[in-house]
Design a protein around this ligand. Structure first.
Ligand code: ADP
Ligand code: MG
Length: 405
């Protein structure tokens, strides 16, 4: 992929140039007392170095990003305004402007007055139907309008590179372009996972649904030595082995697929480690009555919301000798304190281990930070959920393709 240095050389220096940067600022927000607050600003902080670097070179930085899934029209609750506030806090001394539209009057006005070393954040890309349109012409028109705001483009929104969206895929065709440092760093880490990882290569899989992660499980069965399964998806594994899972999350239509995984794993000598105990509750609530039960004896009226303490110890032990670890998906409903212990145990085991450890998945990364662990104790905490998974399953990513050559 082309680098920012190469881009700078191509356009004869970046000073005074408007550079459009596609970043991933899709952060989780929660409403407290009527005010929307960012609950995890990891993606904003991960985006700073590329902006800072361009600002230092005297560029006029125009940042575009999406937040949530608005349906092609403005919606207050998906406004990037709270993100602009956070950017101001994180970049003291830099003038940070915010446009109340993506390429309308406000964006044009703000772009026109943007000075060297200043940053302009545009409003949510997905307030425009062209951003995600499947129609090449509609998307292309929107991309041209976006491109008109700048004279160079930097693709740095790793979490969106698996999307064939205007700001990711089409804009770089209209402007001299390069990959930002975050995208390059993420790709380098994922490449290390796919090419000759230090062994044993241990994968921890969790999160909500197995159906979200079928492609990556297929791929990992070909590269990993050991796969530990927890989270909501584990109940489809337990059911595939013939156990009752009570009212736990179960994807009955995936039972055959999961049986297939277990067979493939056995054939290839991949060790699949499932929990032997789970924390089971009477309802999906922090206040529900809950307790530890054996994984093969979940009562009919209970749902499993975390792996149990015996399993947490076993998972930690299975991580202790790892050379490489990829972790995607929390072990339980870590957002509720009574069901956070399994995720905490895995996170702590990873933090302790000498393995090259990669945390992929938006919620998994948020969990690491929410549990108060130091990001420095991990090899890499990816900003991309779906993008990391698609890379690992060997898919071509449109946003990376667009920056090649
Ligand atoms: P990631 O974003 O890291 O890829 P996912 O989006 O797949 O992870 O899943 C994260 C969600 O899975 C969390 O919100 C968590 O509450 C939920 N989850 C974990 N374990 C369970 C469970 N046993 N039952 C229901 N939901 C679960
Ligand atoms: Mg998620």
């Amino acid at each position: 992929m082309r680098t920012v240095e190469e881009l700078a050389a191509q356009v004869d220096g970046l000073r005074g140039k408007r550079v459009l940067v596609r970043s991933d600022l899709n952060v989780p927000l929660a409403e407290r007392d009527g005010v929307r607050e960012i609950t995890d600003d990891g993606r904003v902080r991960a985006s700073l170095p590329t902006w800072q670097r361009l600002l230092d070179e005297g560029a006029r930085v125009v940042v575009c990003a999406h937040l949530g899934r608005p349906k092609g029209a403005p919606e207050e609750r998906y406004s990037l305004a709270p993100v602009a506030e956070r950017v101001r806090e994180l970049l003291p001394g830099v003038t940070v402007r915010f446009a109340t539209d993506t390429m309308g009057e406000s964006a044009q006005e703000q772009a026109a007055v943007l000075a060297d070393g200043e940053l302009l954040l545009l409003e949510n890309l997905r307030f425009n139907p062209g951003e995600t349109s499947k129609d090449d012409d509609e998307r292309g028109r929107f991309a041209r309008d976006l491109a008109d705001l700048a004279s160079a483009y930097v693709g740095d929104g790793f979490g969106a590179v698996h999307r064939r969206h205007a700001s990711v895929y089409d804009v770089p065709r209209h402007l001299p372009s390069a990959a930002g440092g975050l995208v390059l760093a993420e790709v380098e880490v994922l490449r290390r996972l796919t090419q000759d990882p230090a062994r044993p290569y241990v994968v921890v899989l969790g999160g909500s649904k197995v159906s979200d992660k079928l492609g990556v499980i297929d791929a990992l069965l070909g590269t990993a030595d050991r796969i530990l399964v927890g989270g909501g998806m584990v109940f489809t594994f337990l059911a595939a082995q013939g156990h009752d899972v009570g009212t736990s999350l179960l994807e009955a239509d995936q039972l055959d697929t999961v049986r297939g995984y277990l067979t493939t794993a056995a054939e290839r000598g991949v060790d699949v480690v499932l929990p032997t105990d789970v924390v089971a509750a009477t309802a999906f609530s922090a206040d529900a009555e809950h307790g530890v039960v054996a994984a093969d004896a979940i009562p009919a009226d209970r749902m499993g919301l975390d792996i149990g303490p015996e399993s947490a110890t076993a998972f930690a032990a299975a991580l202790a000798d790892a050379g490489t670890v990829f972790w995607n998906g929390p072990m339980g409903v870590f957002e509720m304190e009574p069901y956070a212990a399994g995720t905490r145990a895995v996170a702590e085991a990873l933090a302790r281990s000498d393995a090259f450890s990669v945390v992929g998945g938006g919620d998994s990364a948020a969990a690491v930070r929410a549990l108060g662990l130091s990001e420095d104790d991990f090899g890499h905490i990816s900003t991309g959920g779906g993008a990391s998974l698609e890379y690992l399953q060997g898919d071509e990513l449109p946003g990376l393709q667009a920056l090649e050559g």
